[in-house]
Design a protein around this ligand. Structure first.
Ligand SMILES: Nc1ncnc2c1ncn2[C@@H]1O[C@H](COP(=O)(O)OP(=O)(O)OP(=O)(O)O)[C@@H](O)[C@H]1O
Ligand SMILES: O=C(O)[C@@H](O)C(=O)CO
Length: 416
């Protein structure tokens, strides 16, 4: 194995694994730090749930993943965070990146959240979502990681220990290609910069950055840079062919992003069956709420796919958070959806779409899954995956990804 990837959430892990597969690398996704021996692969992605935990926990989990990946033979490392740089107020990206750099004894890395295929671009160090600055996008109202600043150097600097320097590789340099990026990185290193934020507007820019980073022990990025790694890695594989399954189908949505709100609205508008989870009820009687949803689903699954969603508007989420506190609100809803996932699989569901990174983490942990095989892409950054234990097709959708008809499209693809 050559590449070791540490992803700070589960949808982010399938996102980057899918890109590595597209780049031609045989890729295995491990759920949490693996216990067993290294699988036969060019890249292993370790999926953590470290984005919103206290920074010290995130660092400890990431270092444990690094230790396993090194022992398994990886020589190049990739810290995968969100293409919208999702961090809590305290921020885990800086502390984790810094700890990984120290452990690898390296003095320079890049910071590259761009994912142009999903509208995330970086210009003059500022992160855009489509045509909006990150701070003007729906990410302003994220339940756990509201992003109210679009300047990557400023966001990162605030998360780093004093004295760490952050610099920029501007788009004018990236557009000149890999050699120009390499020269700029050398210049920044000579100036004492440890973190080079890279502008990137399209996949061509990502390819140039990836080629320029070929000798760096560590890169930090969203999944876009993995697509660019095609140029530097000897590609060998195509997307894995996943088994077919005739089991029942369901969608669980815990994401409150604008994209997921649109997907839920699209499902409801088509008159498809859907059950809304009440977040306050989850706090009072999570087991009762899960049982009620399960009984509802059990009565309908034989007729076709069902949706169970906690997805709510920013105003509704705020009202719940004011009552419960942000952390508890997130945790009780995740817990309810995780129970539901267990219940749905027990009822015979074998094709499951989950929306939301934290939600996916809770679901995958509740199902006790250890490894996911990466299959064909449903939408940029979202592949079908296969969990061999229960024989389950699982799509873990990043909150912000996918068009309005994503749920229907995913289920149709699983049928094809
Ligand atoms: N109605 C609700 N009220 C309060 N919190 C909610 C509600 N519905 C969901 N949540 C919580 O909001 C959080 C959503 O985070 P999650 O990571 O699952 O989605 P996302 O951030 O949109 O996705 P991604 O991380 O892939 O971008 C979860 O902790 C979930 O439990
Ligand atoms: O990079 C992204 O946007 C996603 O893979 C993600 O991390 C969502 O949680």
């Amino acid at each position: 194995m050559r590449y070791g990837v540490i992803a700070d959430d589960f949808t982010g892990a399938t996102d980057v694994a899918s890109m590595l597969v597209r780049a031609g690398l045989r890729t295995v996704q491990a759920v949490g730090v693996p216990r067993g021996p290294a699988p036969e692969a060019d890249a292993v992605v370790v999926a953590l749930k470290s984005r919103t935990v206290p920074a010290a926990d995130a660092v400890a989990q990431s270092l444990a993943a690094l230790a396993w990946l090194r022992a398994a033979g990886a020589t190049r490392f990739y810290f995968k965070y969100c293409s919208t740089f999702d961090s809590t107020a305290q921020g885990n990206i800086g502390p984790v990146a810094d700890a990984l750099m120290q452990a690898l004894d390296t003095d320079l890395t890049v910071v590259c959240p761009a994912f142009p295929e999903n509208g995330r671009t970086v210009y003059a160090g500022h992160l855009f979502v489509g045509e909006q600055l990150l701070s003007d996008s729906g990410m302003r109202d994220h339940p756990l990681t509201p992003m109210r600043d679009a300047s990557l150097p400023r966001l990162l600097q605030a998360q780093l220990p004093a004295g760490r320097r952050v610099g920029l590789v501007p788009q004018a340099v990236v557009a000149q290609g890999a050699q120009a990026v390499r020269s700029r990185l050398a210049q920044l290193r000579a100036e004492g910069v440890r973190y080079a934020v890279t502008d990137a507007l399209d996949n061509e820019d990502l390819r140039a950055i990836a080629a320029a980073c070929a000798d760096l022990p560590l890169v930090t990025a969203a999944s876009g840079l993995a697509l660019g790694m095609q140029a530097v890695a000897a590609g060998t594989s195509d997307a894995a062919h996943l088994p077919r399954t005739d089991g029942l189908a369901a969608v669980l949505a815990g994401s409150c992003s604008q994209a997921t709100q649109g997907q839920v609205a699209h499902w409801l508008a088509a008159g498809r069956p859907a059950f809304r989870i009440d977040a306050l009820r989850c706090a009072d009687d999570g087991e009762g709420q899960a049982q009620e949803a399960l009984a509802w689903a059990g009565a309908r699954l034989a007729d076709g796919p069902v949706l169970v969603y906690a997805t709510a508007t920013p105003a509704d989420v705020r009202a719940v958070q004011e009552r419960l506190g942000t952390e508890r609100a997130g945790a009780v809803v995740e817990d309810c959806l995780a129970r539901l996932a267990r219940g749905l699989v027990a009822l015979g569901v074998r094709r499951l779409v989950v929306a939301g990174g934290e939600t996916s983490g809770a679901v995958v942990q509740a199902l006790g899954l250890e490894q996911l095989r990466i299959g064909p892409t449903i939408a940029p950054g979202v592949p079908w995956t296969w969990a061999p234990g229960p024989g389950l097709l699982l799509a873990l959708k990043s909150g912000n990804f996918g068009g309005a008809d994503f749920f229907e499209r995913a289920l149709a693809a699983a049928d094809a």
